[in-house]
Design a protein around this ligand. Structure first.
Ligand code: GLY
Length: 286
């Protein structure tokens, strides 16, 4: 294989076990680190082709018999603006993805989703639940990077802002194998979420620190401040580090939604706050 080349820890690593290596020495070094136990979940590694293109998260809901599209999103895995620096669990996302045309979607279904569901059925374990295809799309051709069986973080936040049908109703229909009889409605508006992490993430272990002013953020139906790594003590909110808050907004266009999120996060008084201001740049700024 040529470089760049991708080395992955073959186990759970909170999204931090993927390394894009620009030369052979770098790749060998990463293999060694994994093999020496850098990740508790596995000492094995996977070597993969480096695919250049846009990352898209494509979701479907399957009841074991039929399946239904359940939204698309694009997240930003790198810590730095311009998609630079180390990988994280995700620093922000937007929905829907603007690069899934009808043609690309047909390919995703025919070449990736349907053969997978068919294969699982054939193996005697028809899939029931959320299937999240992590794709790379280049020149209108989707390639599968990974599957997850969850809604993704921070993709879930933007999907939930756009979902208009009661989620419980959808889940129950899935359980009763009636997904084909259920209509799932989505808002035509765009949603964006920006993650506020503690400074130093993902490299440095962060300390507990107080987050002030969250009550000063006045939210309407199109805005939401999701808490992730926070806790409450003596009526005060504290960060316990990592990815901590998600400012999320729905608007007729992504730029306005992003401005709303940035304003929400600016109001928060927290000394360890770090967030990217360029989430959605491919769709908004290019
Ligand atoms: N944001 C990527 C994931 O949840 O896997």
């Amino acid at each position: 294989m040529n470089t760049p080349i991708v080395i992955k820890a073959d186990g759970l690593a909170s999204g931090k076990g993927v390394f894009i290596c620009n030369n052979k020495n770098e790749a060998l070094q990463k293999c060694k680190e994994i093999n020496q136990g850098k990740f508790k979940s596995s000492k094995k590694f996977v070597i993969e082709e480096f695919l250049l293109g846009q990352e898209v998260s494509y979701f479907i809901l399957s009841d074991g018999k039929n399946y239904k599209f359940f939204g698309s999103a694009q997240d930003h895995k790198r810590i730095g603006e311009g998609d630079t620096g180390p990988n994280t669990g995700g620093m922000g996302a937007y929905s829907p993805s603007n690069i899934i045309t009808k043609k690309v979607e047909e390919k995703i279904k025919q070449q990736i989703i349907e053969p997978t569901l068919k294969g699982l059925k054939k193996l005697g374990c028809p899939f029931v639940g959320i299937l999240y295809a992590g794709l790379i799309i280049k020149d209108n051709q989707p390639k599968l990077i990974e599957y997850n069986i969850r809604l993704g973080d921070p993709e879930c936040q933007v999907l939930m802002m756009r979902l208009k049908t009661d989620l419980l109703k959808i889940i129950l229909a899935c359980k009763k194998k009636q997904i084909n009889k259920t209509t799932v409605n989505w808002s035509n508006k765009k949603a964006i979420t920006i993650v506020a992490s503690s400074k130093g993430y993902p490299n440095k272990q962060s300390k507990i620190s107080e987050i002030k002013n969250t009550k000063k953020i006045l939210l309407n139906n199109n805005q939401y401040l999701f808490h992730s790594s926070t806790f409450k003590k003596n009526n005060k909110i504290f960060s316990s580090g990592g990815r901590v808050l998600n400012a999320t907004a729905l608007n007729k266009n992504l730029k306005s939604a992003r401005d709303t999120c940035i304003n929400m996060l600016k109001k928060i008084n927290w000394k360890d706050k770090y967030f990217r201001k360029d989430i959605g740049w491919r769709a908004i700024d290019s």
